[in-house]
Ligand binder design. Structure first.
Ligand code: NAD
Length: 230
């Protein structure tokens, strides 16, 4: 299918990065298995009291620092050297870019930058690390609260990335979904934009709501599967 396709689009989720030791949300051992994380990415909860989020963010930043792209990210980047491939990702870890992928559209934003909610100033999240690590909530000089540039539940998605993702999907002849439970909307609705005749492959350890419409479902680890086929 990959060989026959002219324009391949990947839609990746947190599952492609679990092999880089970044937990996903919904697997056993994922972030949601800790009841304290249930509303960690809810915008209302964050604005009401950002302290619980920043307690979590300290350890999440450490995980991101230590994480390296795995063979799944690398296989996609390798394929991009010889074929027209676009990567749409729900992840905020930057690992596709670090594996060398280009044309990566992050529809849930980017954890590596933070934005002041009062004046809009944008800084590398790494600059806030010492404040976050000391258990404090980071504020900008203007007095505004910093928030990582990721989309929280209850917020709209970054418009430019979404439009680029939609355009790529409308022109795709093969869509390969990797490591996503496909339950987080609107991202989970993106596959509906693929044209009629576009092949659909799903690589995920657990069943997803779209398995029935796929041409091929590979229920196995992303790294080994992508390395084997790409
Ligand atoms: P999810 O947690 O809802 O689902 C992940 C899916 O991946 C599960 O169905 C699981 O069975 C599967 N999976 C886990 N490890 C796998 C592996 N090695 N190979 C194949 N499949 C594997 O994640 P989601 O669908 O991406 O949606 C949740 C949201 O979580 C996203 O919006 C994303 O922004 C956010 N998130 C991102 C990161 C990250 O950037 N790495 C980490 C956690 C959560």
């Amino acid at each position: 299918m990959v060989e026959a396709a002219r324009r391949v689009v990947f839609l990746t989720g947190a599952g492609i990065s679990t092999e880089s030791s970044i937990p996903d949300f919904r697997s056993a051992g994922g972030l949601y298995s800790d009841p304290g994380h249930a509303n960690i990415f809810e915008i209302e909860a964050f604005l009401a009291d950002p302290a619980p989020f920043y307690r979590f963010a300290g350890s999440f930043l450490e995980l991101l620092d230590r994480a390296a792209p795995n063979r799944g990210h690398q296989a996609i980047a390798r394929l991009q050297q010889t074929r027209e491939v676009v990567v749409i990702t729900q992840n905020v870890d930057g690992l596709h870019e670090r594996a060398g992928s280009r044309r990566v559209h992050g529809v849930h934003g980017d954890f590596t930058r933070s934005v002041c909610l009062r004046c809009g100033a944008s800084v590398p999240t790494a600059e806030l690390r010492s404040v976050i690590a000391s258990g404090r909530v980071p504020f900008h000089g203007c007095g505004g609260l910093f928030k990582p540039a990721v989309t929280f539940f209850g917020e709209t998605l970054p418009r430019q990335a979404w439009e680029k993702a939609a355009a790529a999907l409308k022109a795709a002849d093969l869509l390969i979904i990797v490591g996503s439970s496909l339950v987080v909307y609107p991202a989970a609705g993106l596959p509906d934009l693929r044209p009629r005749g576009c092949g659909l492959v799903i690589v995920n350890r657990e069943p997803t709501p779209r398995d029935g419409e796929a041409d091929l479902v590979v229920r196995a680890g992303a790294g080994a599967t992508l390395e084997m086929f790409l």
